[in-house]
Design a protein around this ligand. Structure first.
Ligand SMILES: Nc1ncnc2c1ncn2[C@@H]1O[C@H](COP(=O)(O)OP(=O)(O)O)[C@@H](O)[C@H]1O
Ligand SMILES: [Mg+2]
Length: 296
């Protein structure tokens, strides 16, 4: 078989994780820039895109709320001792409002632009999408670790080449996810992930609030919740009731407006509006509350 034939045969084979589990190290992978472009996502090679600019405003507020940034925009040299503030849950009212899109974009932007160590976890077990966004092979992930704590967590992870970004995919599809998330092992795992690398940010792509109880269960363990609202689509009463459920367990909920549609072509822009309790308004006023007119 010639080299070309071998390469073609490899290409046709279903993707499989390379067999480095025994080493207990994450699998490394290269970002598929063409796929990110096709999905309209953040691309490290397009630093001045509209999406990259909007993500910068979101990150600045998020980092300040987590204690990473001073109001002046300088990185904090020392963060408060004690429990880390680095667990971030991304959720929304219902499916397809842009949770994965937003969680993945934030993770990419934090890692590539700010060089902040970031872990992206897919916790939307019924509708996992992180793996396909990053063209990752099938393999074990979060649920496997929760069901079988003896499994090596690092060997389930995927590390992007060229930036401090690691991904923990969803794992095997199982029933009773709520029970699993409510269990001691989930809490133990999240605490371990929070403290393992103190300056790392952990972004959890969660299921929607109104579909199951899973997001509200996870909300109890995290430091910040980013609630994605789809511009001109998510019904207001649904948003209010989902946010009430979250606020019952965690007061740190911020809203992020996604998918404003502008222009005659009806193109989608990843447009964000992020505000939360205790946040001082240091963004241009157009980037606050007036979600529908943002960016016009
Ligand atoms: N701002 C946006 N611009 C372009 N496409 C978007 C945007 N937000 C979401 N999408 C697309 O909409 C679909 C649903 O988004 P997704 O993030 O998977 O939703 P969720 O995780 O809330 O179910 C995906 O195909 C995603 O790429
Ligand atoms: Mg999703």
């Amino acid at each position: 078989m010639s080299v070309v034939e071998k390469a073609a045969a490899l290409k046709e084979r279903p993707a499989e994780a390379p067999a480095n589990d025994a080493c207990g190290r994450p699998h490394s992978f290269s970002l598929d820039h063409a796929r990110l472009a096709e999905l309209g996502m953040y691309r490290p090679d397009a630093a001045s895109s509209q999406l990259a600019l909007e993500l910068r405003a979101v990150k600045r507020r998020l980092l300040r709320r987590l204690g990473y940034l001073r109001a002046s925009g300088e990185r904090q040299a020392y963060r408060m001792p004690g429990r880390q503030r680095n667990l971030i849950l991304v959720t929304s009212t219902r499916a397809s409002e842009g949770k994965t899109f937003s969680a993945a974009n934030l993770a990419l932007s934090l890692a590539f632009e700010d060089q902040i160590e970031t872990l992206l976890i897919d916790a939307d077990i019924p509708r996992p999408k992180v793996r396909s966004r990053f063209s990752l092979p099938s393999g074990p992930g979060l649920t496997d670790k929760l069901v079988n704590p003896a499994m090596n967590l690092h060997a389930m992870q995927h590390r992007v080449v060229g930036a401090p970004l690691t991904i923990l995919p969803e794992g095997a599809r199982i029933d009773r996810v709520s029970e699993l998330f409510a269990g001691e092992e989930c809490q133990r795992l999240l605490t371990a992930l929070s403290t393992e690398i103190p300056d790392r940010l952990v972004i959890i792509d969660a299921p929607p609030v109104l579909a199951t109880t899973e997001a509200v269960i996870l909300a109890k363990y995290v430091d910040e919740i980013i609630f994605v609202v789809e511009a001109n689509a998510t019904p207001e009463p649904a948003v209010a009731s989902a946010i009430d459920e979250l606020l019952d367990v965690n007061p740190n909920v911020s809203l992020m407006l996604n998918r404003c549609l502008f222009g005659s072509g009806g193109s989608h822009y990843g447009s964000y509006d992020y505000y939360g309790p205790g946040d001082t308004a240091d963004e241009p006023s157009g980037a606050k509350a007036e979600g529908a007119s943002h960016g016009t």
